[in-house]
Design a protein around this ligand. Structure first.
Ligand code: PRT
Ligand code: ZN
Length: 293
């Protein structure tokens, strides 16, 4: 599956057509300024403002399409990239679609330690990663490859245990299973083909990476504004873990100023309490679209 290398062809990006990663990937692409529509009805979508086309695929197929150079970039879970053992470059971790590939067995059963799995049968959609996990620990297992509803196989006596993706753990609990070991922590990755790309495509990828970094940084940050007494500015500067020194603007009311700055979102509530206690008022927090540092 090789595409002719041609600097005139568009940069082709693979995304999941319909599933857990689709909305967040579409939001990210819109968030970095890539404009397109009609993605629900088409398998291939041309973007309006870049020489980029999106190919909408099943997530399982994305690593191979990128590996073979049919697509130049892809947005897909690490679980799929590593299961397919794809020869691709991982450019970024995107912190959505987070989950883990874990081994789970019937609750309070005989299977507890890795050694207990010797000669046992595990049902999974991830045969490569599952076998590798046990082989690396010198434990031999049998694998039954199943494409869906893996969690019911122990009840059906098709397998002794399972290896499946877990996020909240609710599915395992509902099926009387206990999570024992994690094989892989996963998140959505931006992957690039290792096939040679034209300088034009490479430049466009560099441009997207700057925007993605800005978008990611912005998601983790909030713009905050507050009013405060002039003589509290120094104390407030110490409280705010700002990237740069905050903007301080005098207000009409004498001895009062407005302070504007950017802070990491996880610090906001902690810092807000402290700011109030030293006299800050009218504190406003705003989301940020993007931040180019
Ligand atoms: O049709 P297509 O092949 O494209 O989609 P799909 O049905 O294979 O995949 P989809 O859309 O379900 O998941 C796409 C990707 O989302 C996965 O490859 C992971 O990278 C990521 N992801 C994140 C998850 C989960 N969280 C997740 N919880 N994928 C699947 N699950 C399933 C899991 O298999 C299990 O059945 O959710 C259940 C467990 O969830 P909890 O919350 O009960 O633990
Ligand atoms: Zn899939």
């Amino acid at each position: 599956m090789n595409r002719t290398k041609d600097s005139t062809t568009s940069l082709r990006i693979a995304i999941q057509k319909s599933g857990r990663l689709t909305d967040k990937t579409i939001n990210l692409l819109h968030g970095i300024g890539v404009e397109f529509d009609n993605y629900k009805r088409n398998l291939m979508v041309k973007t309006r403002n870049f020489d980029v086309e999106l190919l909408l695929l099943r997530d399982d197929d994305i690593p191979e399409y990128v590996q073979d150079g049919i697509c130049d970039l892809g947005f897909v879970g690490a679980n799929e990239v590593f299961e397919k053992d794809a020869d691709v470059a991982v450019l970024r971790g995107l912190n959505y679609g987070n989950c883990r590939l874990s081994i789970a067995a019937p609750k309070n059963g005989k299977l507890q330690s890795v050694e207990d799995f010797q000669g046992k049968t595990i049902a999974t959609s991830y045969p490569f990663l599952t076998k590798k996990y046990f082989t690396d620990q010198n434990v031999e297992i049998n694998v039954v490859e199943i494409s869906g509803a893996v969690e019911i196989t122990p009840q059906l006596e098709v397998a002794d245990a399972i290896s499946d993706l877990v996020s909240t753990g609710g599915t395992l609990r509902a099926n009387g299973l206990q999570e024992l070991f994690t094989i892989l922590e996963s998140e959505t990755k931006l992957i690039q083909t290792n096939k040679e790309l034209s300088p034009g495509k490479q430049q466009l990828i560099e441009k997207f990476l700057v925007r993605i970094d800005g978008y990611q940084q912005a998601k983790k940050s909030r713009y905050i504004m507050m009013n405060a007494p002039q003589d509290k500015v120094d104390v407030i500067k110490e409280i705010i873990p700002s990237m740069k020194s905050p903007t301080v603007v005098p207000l009409a009311e004498s001895n009062m100023v407005a302070i504007h700055t950017v802070i990491p979102i996880n610090k906001f509530w902690e810092v807000m309490e402290e700011l109030k206690s030293v006299g800050a008022s009218d504190i406003v927090m705003l989301p940020i679209e993007s931040m180019i540092l």
